[in-house]
Design a protein around this ligand. Structure first.
Ligand code: GLY
Length: 368
């Protein structure tokens, strides 16, 4: 197996990240190196559980763990206070102690919720993340952000809690429905845009041969390394980590205005990256032609690049975003493909500039 390892090193605990086709079979062996205890609760959802729970439990039991599991309803609604309490009760029912382990087997919802439950149960026990969506493999499982949604917004309660191990097996993505794969590709394209022009060029080649499993593994490995490097330099998201929000300022606002569930996070981020690249070009901060190259790549991954929303439609949602710093909105622009910069804007100036950008992003009338 072509296996790659990298680490997040933090005062809050280190994270060992293993990427390899077939790595799920090594879950038990990897988990055994992370904790002293031998009880484990695997948290999954009904969809992922049907596909991957049995091999995960078998690997854990073969390594000597007493492994139990809980399957939650699939979907963002599960990232709630109610399900957090259910997980605490479940861990208690299984007799988990602080030296035992939680395993999150699933996409971003399972990872964020189980991560927060493990961060808070008995004031913190270890978690191993086993991400099963592309988005979770390249983004949410790495870096220790955990949390739940509150009735007034997404991810509004949470904690930084580094997973002891992240087991990334790209082969599990074979069962991912195409729209969910495309959703993850938006974050993959983002890494090329903000940090790695070679990765961006590799993605242009991969779009012509998307069945190449070894190319996909190498792409995921590269994204994981970029994310780990950024988190190692700015774990608590006060500086460089904000560059990971390229495309997210407009993207989050569109998700919020449309209502969560009507557009995927990745689709919203694809539109947001298009808007950010065009905004950079209109301000002379991004070289001409950058937006066209990004849009062409996003389209090849079946991601949207047009919108009928105007700046007026989405601006309130943008102002309410928790990433606003003081009176200014911090927007991520590209100085070129492979390099991002954070730029503060006076809200009125940003609204004026976005007016023109979004007016140029209407497509054939079917756009979001
Ligand atoms: N998903 C962005 C971050 O982890 O900071």
């Amino acid at each position: 197996m072509n296996t790659f390892e990298t680490h997040v090193v933090s005062p809050r605990g280190n994270s060992r990240i293993v990427v390899g086709n077939g790595a799920l079979a090594r879950l038990g062996e990897l988990a055994a190196t992370a904790v002293k205890g031998r009880r484990v609760c695997v948290v999954t959802d009904a969809n992922v559980g049907n596909l991957h729970l049995e091999p995960a439990l078998a690997s854990l039991r073969a390594a000597g763990f007493a492994a139990e599991s809980v399957a939650l309803p699939a979907g963002e609604k599960t990232k709630s206070v109610e399900w957090l309490v259910t997980l605490w009760n479940t861990f208690n029912g299984y007799g988990l102690t602080r030296s035992d382990l939680v395993v999150a087997l699933g996409g971003g919802v399972v990872g964020d919720l189980a991560g927060f439950a493990s961060a808070t149960y008995l004031r913190g026990c270890a978690i191993v993340q086993v991400p099963t969506s592309l988005l979770a493999q390249v983004d949410s499982s790495v870096g220790g952000k955990t949390g739940i949604d509150l009735p007034f917004g997404k991810n509004l309660a949470g904690a930084f809690h580094q997973p002891a191990v992240v087991v990334v097996d790209p082969l599990v993505l074979k069962t991912l429905p195409p729209p969910r794969f495309a959703e993850g590709m938006a974050e993959v394209v983002k890494y090329g845009c903000i940090a790695d022009d070679d990765l961006f060029a590799d993605l242009e080649a991969f779009a012509g041969n998307p069945g190449d499993a070894e190319a996909l593994r190498a792409i995921i490995q590269r994204c994981v390394q970029i994310k780990a490097d950024v988190v190692n330099r700015d774990e608590l998201d006060t500086g460089e980590r904000m560059l990971l929000n390229f495309g997210h300022t407009v993207g989050h606002a569109i998700e919020k205005v449309m209502g969560y569930g009507y557009i995927s996070h990745g689709e919203a981020v694809a539109i947001g990256m298009t808007a950010a690249a065009r905004l950079g070009e209109s301000l002379g901060a991004t070289p001409a032609g950058t937006a066209a190259r990004i849009e062409a790549l996003l389209k090849r991954f079946a991601l949207p690049t047009t919108t009928a929303f105007t700046a007026a439609d989405i601006f309130e949602a943008m102002l309410a975003d928790k990433k606003k710093l003081g009176k200014q909105i911090h927007f991520i622009l590209l100085s070129t493909i492979g390099r991002a910069v954070r730029r503060p804007f006076d809200p009125d100036a940003l609204r004026q500039a976005l007016d023109g950008v979004l007016a140029g992003m209407t497509g054939d009338g079917t756009e979001v």
